[in-house]
Design a binder for this molecule. Structure first.
Ligand code: BTN
Length: 324
């Protein structure tokens, strides 16, 4: 017998009820530890299972986070593609862009099976998150294009604050942070016109951990990620994922039309959680200590290294930690 499958089937037949670990253990003739392990496996697979002391486990319904009609009404100028699940919204958006779709176009999904992160990493994308890619016309110069990720970070942090009333920080260059943990990330990719050798569009991919329970993430990520409403698994009724998406997409389209104004930069600086801090610069598997002293007009990070020199970082990774 596959205990995980048996537990899943039992809980789905008793949806909206809490079933104790003891009851499940005697139902299937296994130990409570085996039940606990089965629950952990199911959560790793993305099933939303709530656990309440003295009541037991309950399988939560995975309802759609988005209302396409509402989104279309809120974003009338945007063409919207909504998926339950997809490999990667960025991959699909790049395909649409290379086929010459109109801009702006939004690709949105409830989960991704092959979510992509920066530096060639995977991006864990279980149900309960918001996974979107916005296809935009390219700005007039490549230099300006490099500002779009920072503008997207501000648009996302602001939308989270406005819609969810939760204050959100930005860890240079593109991580969204809540109380010391990552709550979202951004991956910007360009689509080239091979014949002209120029950028034909920009794809800004944004992932937000919205109502994802902590157990839905792989165990290695659980200590370092959080989600906006993951703890309760119950999103306050007045906060809708569609409003959050609409706020952030509208703000990002606004910034993208006048990137050269750098209107987002003051907020990018004020939301920074690295400025003034001791940091570690991670480069080619080597780490160096430095202090983050400024963010310049190109959204690059100005640091002072241990030997007292100033350096300007244009990309890469920094971490803040006790050992930094
Ligand atoms: C990072 O933190 O490394 C960047 C993560 C970017 C994830 C988003 S989710 C929507 C879009 N589709 C992807 O495959 N990746 C981006």
């Amino acid at each position: 017998m596959n205990t995980s499958l048996a537990v899943l089937s039992y809980l789905s037949r008793h949806q909206d009820q809490y079933v104790s670990g003891q009851k499940l253990a005697s139902e299937f003739g296994v130990s409570r530890t085996a039940i606990w392990k089965a629950i952990e496996n199911l959560r790793d697979e993305g099933h939303l299972i709530d656990a309440v002391t003295n009541r037991g486990y309950s399988l939560l319904q995975q309802e759609s986070l988005f209302d396409k009609e509402k989104l279309e009404a809120l974003l009338p100028q945007v063409s919207i593609h909504l998926f339950d699940t997809i490999d990667s919204t960025n991959r699909y958006a790049k395909q649409l862009a290379s086929e010459g779709c109109s801009t702006p176009t939004l690709v949105l999904a409830h989960s991704q099976s092959g979510g992509r992160g920066r530096l060639g990493r995977d991006f864990s994308s279980p149900k309960g998150g918001i996974y979107l890619s916005l296809i935009l016309a390219p700005p007039s110069s490549v230099l300006l294009a490099s500002l779009i990720t920072s503008a997207a970070a501000v648009a996302t942090a602001r939308a989270i604050e406005e819609v969810c009333s939760i204050s959100c920080g930005i860890k240079w260059v593109n991580d969204l942070f809540l109380a010391g943990r990552k709550v979202g990330g951004i991956l910007t990719e360009g689509v080239m016109n091979v014949e002209s050798g120029t950028l034909s569009s920009i794809v800004v991919g944004i992932g937000i951990n919205f109502s994802t329970p902590q157990q839905a993430y792989p165990s290695a990520l659980r200590p370092i990620v959080t989600s906006l409403y993951g703890k309760s698994s119950l999103v306050p009724k007045d906060v809708e994922a569609s409003s959050l998406v609409a706020h952030l997409v509208a703000a990002l389209i606004g910034y993208a039309t006048s990137l050269g104004d750098r209107a987002f930069l003051p907020e990018y600086r004020s939301r920074s959680i690295v400025l003034g801090k001791q940091i570690l610069i991670n480069h080619h598997r080597k780490q160096r200590k430095a202090v983050a002293i400024a963010i310049d007009e190109e959204a690059h990070l100005v640091v002072e290294t241990e030997d007292g020199n100033q350096e300007i970082l244009s990309s890469g990774e920094v971490s803040i930690g006790l050992d930094a």
